[in-house]
Ligand binder design. Structure first.
Ligand code: GDP
Ligand code: MG
Length: 441
């Protein structure tokens, strides 16, 4: 009897005291990481309260990996915060939509307008840019330069000082010219000022945008909530774009922006160039926020789904940071062999969005098989090279012929490869957590 009482007591302490301690410790760690990532203090506090309600201490006691359960709960909770419940308005190809960009000066509006236009142009749209920024000297020149580089029609004026007038004229002109995505770039101020918000209200009233996008610099820290809210109060913000995600800011302000505007993040800016622009994907973003980085979260997953005997080799390659076509081939083999790989790759921004779109498993598989057929026609030199320049036109033609595919398809695959190689290169020197070690958070 004595033994069983001792056992019961021990179990009880395991179930409540110890696990509550683990829970608190774990939550404190996570809280620190989130605050460092600029997540608004109030959001962090609310989340902490929620998690305590959600996480069942009995489950923790049942001997499961406690940290894992808690982390999963936090992860899900953050994903929920980033999902405002209704998707952003999506323009339709061939039907004129007006999209207005707002944000403080320097947030990246003008750059992002061009990226947004360029992104859609590549997908067969007819975008156009209107410069309604008459406040900043050189604003029109900047937009003109960007637009010219991307071969996108633009409208603006050096003389006219009324932003509303320019916006209306530009929108009208491009509607007549049958553009289907008319993008209105607006002015900003260094600070949130009444004059700016009044101007935004007027431009919006005059151009009746189908979508207003709030552009926010990822490095503004705790100011994000107020800033987003201030814009939301003057114009009907319907989506958010976070810029400068290539910097060291983890972008926790995105949660504030979503909470304040009740609108989803649709894209992120990852550099100054036109093509450094990605569809926003919640999961990798949240991993990064939690300080796992896209990649160490990915590493933890690898331990779960990649067969043990393949792990050391793959991990070594990841650490070296060289991504050859052969590695891509092997990863494709993995994806095809075992379903869960697509889950692993959903942790990586590149793999998830473009290569393995959700709900399109069959298409993705067909694409991967097509790529592998083409790679089967490559030489060892080509497969093992990490220099994409090696793949010149004559090589691509030979590969197309050898695999019975179009040169266009080989080129498309090489684009995919380059994109993945870029992501892969970030893994160089990455510390790889040992199996079961979840302290990396
Ligand atoms: P605006 O005042 O809101 O129109 O901002 P701009 O588009 O003029 O951008 C301000 C600065 O931020 C410029 O130097 C841009 O090149 C830079 N920028 C914009 N987006 C990004 C980004 O995603 N990454 C980086 N590194 N720089 C960016
Ligand atoms: Mg600008």
């Amino acid at each position: 009897l004595g033994g069983s009482i001792t056992r019961a007591l021990k179990q009880m302490s395991n179930a409540t005291i110890i696990d509550e301690k683990v829970l608190n410790e774990c939550l404190n760690e996570i809280t620190r990481a989130l605050l460092q990532s600029d997540v608004q203090f109030k959001l962090v506090r609310d989340m902490q309260t929620n998690i305590k309600k959600i996480v069942n201490l009995d489950d923790l006691a049942a001997g499961h990996n406690k940290r894992r359960i808690i982390q999963q709960a936090v992860f899900n909770e953050l994903c929920n915060i980033l999902d405002p419940g209704k998707p952003a308005f999506t323009p339709k190809k061939g039907k004129a939509s007006v999209v207005m960009f707002v944000g403080l000066q320097g947030s990246g509006k003008t750059t992002t307008c061009t990226k947004y236009a360029f992104y859609h142009q590549k997908k067969g749209w007819k975008p156009a840019l209107v410069c309604a920024d008459t406040f900043r000297a050189g604003a029109f020149d900047q937009l003109k330069q960007n637009a010219t580089k991307a071969k996108i029609p633009f409208y603006g004026s050096y003389m006219e000082s009324d932003p509303v007038k320019i916006a209306v004229e530009g929108v009208e002109r491009f509607k007549k010219e049958n553009c289907d995505l008319i993008i209105v770039d607006t002015s900003g101020r260094h600070k949130q000022e009444a004059a700016l918000f009044e101007e935004m209200r007027q431009v919006s009233e005059a151009t009746k945008p189908d979508l207003v996008i709030f552009v926010m610099d990822s490095s503004i820290g705790q100011a994000a909530f107020d800033q987003a809210q201030a814009f939301k109060q003057s114009v009907a913000v319907g989506a958010v774009i976070i810029t400068k995600m290539d910097g060291h800011a983890k972008g926790g302000g995105a949660l504030s922006a979503v909470a304040a505007t009740k609108s989803p993040v649709i894209f992120i800016g990852t550099g100054e160039h036109m093509d450094e622009f990605e569809v926003f994907d919640v999961k990798p973003f949240v991993s990064r926020l939690l300080g796992q980085g896209d990649l160490s979260g990915f590493m933890n997953k690898i331990h779960e789904v990649v067969p043990m005997d393949q792990q050391p080799e793959l991990l070594n390659k990841l650490q070296e940071g060289t991504f050859t076509l052969r590695i891509m081939y092997e990863q494709f083999q993995n994806i095809l062999k075992m379903g869960p790989m697509s889950e692993v790759f959903s942790m990586l921004p590149g793999f998830s969005n473009e290569l393995l779109p959700k709900g399109k498993d069959q298409d993705s598989q067909a694409k991967i098989k097509r790529y592998m057929t083409m790679m089967d026609s490559m030489t060892n030199e080509e497969l093992d090279s990490s220099n994409p320049k090696l793949m010149n036109e004559s090589r691509m033609m030979r590969i197309a012929r050898g695999s019975g595919r179009q040169v266009r398809e080989v080129m498309e695959m090489m684009e995919e490869y380059k994109r993945l190689a870029k992501i892969w290169s970030k893994m160089k020197g990455l510390k790889i957590p040992k199996k079961g070690d979840m302290n990396s958070m």
